[in-house]
Design a protein around this ligand. Structure first.
Ligand code: 7PJ
Length: 279
């Protein structure tokens, strides 16, 4: 059984699924438009997510939606650094969603506790940027790059291929000296996958992520929810909570979501069913 995740200043218990609240500081995020683009709005939103029960926050300054264009490192830092600084003492660990080694280093210096790299620490210098810090590392699978990843993705065996990628990536981090209790694996829902691939990965989660490292799932408001509900991103709450619960039932450790309060409620009800209500 995995007991804990070492996450910068925090040591997180993995006894129950944790909820990671999404804090976008981007003008073109697909699901909440530019609602929190200004740093002060992003900070206010993040504080609300903590009040709603977020166990971690994931701060992103580069949109990674399908078709998105890359953002230069200095612009990404201009967006996220004030947010990290303002939230440093909010009580929960701060994750930073970035693929760029220079952004990783600056974010860690500013106090980030986790680096969430959708590129799987594959950029030159990425592993070196994070290996000697005490931060947690989320290693995500992606096929291709955001600009082109949804152009007819195909796999011979999606479960085996995503598993092997994550396994190899974790070995690479371990060889660079990263302790096992700092690593988190993520199947990367929607990153170079069809709806059918995504649902197969969710159904087979234990085989995809294995037993050696905790898992993180990003399902919230994604097109895989729209694919079966027929709803636009703004109306995918019910579907997203159902997907998060399906992940939790299969042993997911961290759920990355926009709707923290509703996800926390669903997990509490599920926990009461499974474990009973504490007196
Ligand atoms: C994910 C992410 C995900 C991790 C995004 C969105 C697109 N990081 N960053 N996993 N998705 N680790 O929020 O829908 O699935 S950006």
């Amino acid at each position: 059984m995995l007991q804990h995740l070492q996450c910068g200043r925090f040591r997180l218990s993995l006894e129950r699924p944790l909820v990671m609240g999404i804090v976008n500081v981007t003008p073109d995020s697909f699901s909440d438009g530019n609602a929190h683009f200004q740093p002060d709005q992003a900070v206010a939103h993040a504080r609300l997510l903590v009040e709603e029960g977020a166990d971690l926050l994931d701060i992103g300054g580069e949109s990674t939606r399908p078709g998105a264009q890359a953002v230069p490192a200095d612009e990404e830092l201009r967006r996220i650094l004030p947010v990290i600084e303002a939230l440093r003492d909010c009580g929960v660990p701060l994750s930073v969603d970035t693929c760029k080694p220079s952004v990783m280093r600056a974010a860690l210096e500013a106090g980030a506790d986790m680096i969430n790299d959708i590129g799987g620490f594959s950029a030159p210098g990425a592993v070196e940027a994070v290996a000697d810090a005490g931060c947690a590392l989320c290693l995500m699978h992606m096929r291709g790059e955001p600009r082109t990843m949804q152009d007819a993705p195909s796999y011979r065996d999606v479960v085996a291929e995503v598993h092997d990628y994550l396994d190899q990536g974790a070995r690479r981090l371990r060889r660079a000296g990263v302790a096992a209790d700092r690593i988190v694996l993520d199947p990367g829902f929607g990153f170079g996958k069809t709806a059918a691939h995504n649902y197969t990965l969710l159904r087979e989660l234990p085989r995809v992520v294995g037993r050696d490292y905790p898992s993180l799932l990003g399902l919230s408001r994604k097109s895989m929810i729209g694919a079966v509900t027929g709803r636009p991103a703004s109306r995918r709450l019910g579907g997203s909570v159902a997907a998060a619960l399906a992940g939790a039932i299969r042993g997911a450790h961290i759920l990355r979501v926009h709707d923290v309060a509703d996800t926390v409620d669903a997990l509490r009800v599920w926990s009461a069913v499974e474990r009973g209500v504490r007196a």
